[in-house]
Design a protein around this ligand. Structure first.
Ligand code: 4GO
Length: 244
């Protein structure tokens, strides 16, 4: 998978040299092509921004330098994404769809943003990572690269992506590792039993209750089996009984 990144701060992306994504890059599974927009400034001081027409605070990135940087990429098939609070909010479904692309170009704005004319000209899709404002699109671009790269074959261990939270529409079950007793708390007995059917049942139960307690909105989006519904209704009855 190829990512082209148009940014004024390419050094920020060194965060992606660490850990799992870093290993994916070393293995050649993920290719991150950083383009410094400033390199395309024709100004003698390498200026890339100017005051907004109509007045107001801050600076706006000039369209010409952004366009020239974009034109230098020469990746016809890449989907072009602008990271912005105005975009569609990123979720696991969007991540999975983006992972089907062969190449993605990420445009990172800074200051008050980018001249609208170049956005209209080159951007296919606007994406936001949540309803808050940041000083630049670099962190959202890294969030997108990380989340999408996890779906590139070979980046994660085979099963990890299937088993996890959101892929089945539920939150995760709790995880435990050694020691067996920590601060007087024991690991749930069933996990030590080696009985895989019981372990899977227990995990499904935990995932359902976890989702009911923390993100009940997610339960409305998925299809529950008869067994799932029984687990939830038993839990709800138990809770009501307990509070009286
Ligand atoms: C993206 C970009 C927030 C997001 C941004 C987000 N803030 N929620 N700021 O994904 C143009 C100039 C946008 C700064 C950028």
């Amino acid at each position: 998978m190829k990512f082209n990144v148009l940014t004024l701060f390419p050094e920020m992306f060194s965060a992606l040299d660490e850990s799992i994504i870093g290993r994916g890059k070393e293995k050649g599974l993920i290719d991150i092509n950083l383009i410094n927009i400033r390199d395309f400034s024709k100004d003698k001081h390498k200026k890339v921004d100017d005051t907004p027409y109509g007045g107001g605070a801050g600076m706006v990135m000039e369209p010409t330098v952004v366009y020239d940087a974009f034109k230098s990429i020469q990746d016809e098939n890449a989907k072009v994404i602008y990271l912005s609070p105005q975009g569609k909010t990123l979720n696991q479904q969007i991540v999975q769809n983006l992972a089907k692309e062969e190449s993605i170009t990420l445009l990172c704005g800074h200051y008050e943003g980018i001249d609208q004319r170049v956005i209209d000209e080159i951007v296919d899709e606007e994406i936001s990572i949540g309803d808050y404002v940041l000083t630049g699109g670099e962190l959202p671009a890294m969030v997108l690269i990380d989340s999408v790269s996890r779906y590139v074959k070979g980046v994660l261990k085979e099963d990890s992506v299937q088993e996890e939270s959101f892929t089945n529409g539920l939150l995760e079950y709790p995880q435990y590792t050694r020691p067996e007793i920590f601060l007087d708390k024991k690991v749930p007995e069933v996990l030590l039993s080696g009985h895989h059917e019981n372990i899977n049942k227990w995990r499904r139960h935990q995932a359902l209750i976890n989702t009911y307690l923390k993100r009940p909105d997610l339960l409305k989006e998925i299809e529950l089996s008869k067994e799932d519904k029984k687990i939830l209704s038993d839990y709800k009855n138990f809770k009501e009984g307990g509070s009286k």
